[in-house]
Structure formats: C-alpha cells, structure tokens
Design a protein around this ligand. Structure first.
Ligand SMILES: [Zn+2]
Length: 278
C-alpha cells in the first residue's frame, strides 16, 4: 500500500491510497469513527433554587430548555483531548471515582438576559481544556433567569455514543479514470456543463479532463455526451480518502491512533490464533 498526495492540516485530512482494497479502507473508516477515544461531558449537575449575583439580585434557576436537552447539548461540545494524559475511568488508578487523570470538571454560571455559548463552560484547572469552539449556542436566558451547572467530562469512544465520535465525514471514493474519445466527442459543451464538479472543460472544441480527483463517478458527462465518447471507471485498488475531526483531536493524531489501533487489534488476533495452533 502506498499513500500519495497527503494533505493533513489541522482538523482535515485527505490522501490518495493505492494498492489497497475496499475492505481495508472500510476498516480504517470504521476505526476512525468508532474507536478513537476523546473527552466528552458525561454527567451534569444543575443547581436548583434561586441564584444571587454579587449585587444581591435574585435569579430563578430556570431556562427555556428542559435540563435533559441542555445536558445533551453539553455532551456534544468538543473538548480538547490529549490522549497521552488521560485514562479511561475504569482503567484509572482512582478506581473510577474520578480524578485529574480520568476526569475534567467544568462549571457554567450565567445570568440572563443572554445567550449561553460553549465558551461559557469553564474548566476547573487548566484553561487549555476550554471547549475548542467557543460559539456553539447552548440556550438562551431571559431577564431573571440563570443557570449554574457543574459538569464532568470523561473518555469514551464513538461506538458508545455519538458525543465521543472524533471524526466526521469519514469516507473514501474510488479513484476515477476518465477517457475521452476526441473522435466521438463533438462540441463538448454538453458534457462540460453537465458535470457538477467541473471535472471537464472545453479546450479547442474538445472535452478535456482538468480536475480528475474531483470526479465522484456520477456519470452525468457520460449521459450528456455522444454515446461511447466518454468512459469513466473507478479503480478498486486506489482510493481518495478524507475525513475531518470535531477539533477535540488534530486529524494527524486521529489518523495515527486509528492505524495503531488496527495494528494492535490484528496483532492480538495473530497472538491468540498462534496460541491455539501450538
Ligand atoms: Zn481517575
């Protein structure tokens, strides 16, 4: 297998992989979606009763959303995760009670009228643990409304809940091969304008492929052009793979973790089959 044209920047990754199979690409896609751990808010405690500000003004601890809905939204807020620092609660030395190695605590203290954003979540301790995106709206508070929340985040995996899913839009396409028969393609205007991805352009009255990797094998140009003038095939050993992360991990770290995970799963399988054969 060979990786070409690797573009991994920030939260986005895109590369071309040749000498692979659909099965392998699917395994990578599924590991990226379901197996990479990240921090997400798991428990939320709402303060009940009235809340006072520093001037003695009293607010009702209420808002337009049900507490469950707000807790669900808090769970989906991406929390920056350094996988070298954290352990799963059940594997932690604290025995799952919660400690700085397995838990991040947040507080959220807002008084209306205002919009409450993800950036209002304040981590207890290191400010680097603040949510990655500060402007995700969570709820609105009107006059005399306030919320006071304590929340804890812990590691989880996408296979347990979508809030722990690190990557999104993770998928691949077969690498396209486009052949244009110059003898059969007359005019070429139809096939160029039919292509939604602007893969084909008209040059000197003939269709030419100008942006091959944008082709998603939709075949619109084949249908628009003269019969047999354009042939498109997908290469089942070469793929364009792409995904993005929610910001909790950089795309590079997510990809390296996913490949390491595949390697360790297969080596564990290798060892257990080896033992059975002895
Ligand atoms: Zn712990």
């Amino acid at each position: 297998m060979k990786i070409e044209d690797m573009k991994v920047e920030g939260n986005n990754a895109r590369f071309v992989m040749s000498g692979a199979s659909v099965t392998f690409m699917n395994a990578l896609r599924r590991v990226l979606m379901a197996e990479i751990p990240k921090m997400a808010i798991e428990t939320v405690e709402f303060h009940m009763g009235s809340i006072s500000d520093e001037n003695g003004k009293s607010f009702e601890s209420t808002g337009p959303l049900f507490d469950e809905m707000l807790a669900h939204r808090l769970g989906l807020v991406p929390i920056p995760t350094d996988l070298s620092l954290y352990k799963f609660r059940k594997e932690c030395a604290c025995g799952g009670e919660g400690c700085p190695t397995c838990t991040i605590m947040f507080s959220l203290n807002k008084k209306g009228p205002c919009v409450v954003y993800s950036g209002d979540l304040e981590p207890l301790g290191d400010s680097k643990l603040s949510p990655v995106d500060k402007l995700i709206p969570l709820t609105k508070l009107t006059e005399d409304e306030a919320i006071l929340i304590y929340a804890t985040a812990q590691l989880g995996r996408g296979r347990d809940h979508a809030k722990w899913q690190v990557t999104h839009g993770s998928g691949y396409r077969l690498y396209p091969t486009i052949k244009v028969s110059k003898a059969k393609c007359e005019g070429a205007k139809d096939c160029a304008s039919a292509c939604p991805k602007k893969v084909i352009a008209v040059k000197e009255g003939k269709a030419q492929v100008v942006n091959l990797e944008a082709c998603n094998l939709c075949m619109a140009c084949v249908e628009a052009c003269e019969k047999g003038a354009i042939t498109i095939e997908g290469d089942e050993t070469k793929f364009i793979f792409q995904f993005e992360t929610d910001g909790s991990l950089a795309a590079k770290d997510a990809l390296l973790y996913a490949l390491g995970h595949l390697e360790s799963e297969f080596s564990a399988l290798h060892d257990s089959i080896g033992e059975m054969m002895e």
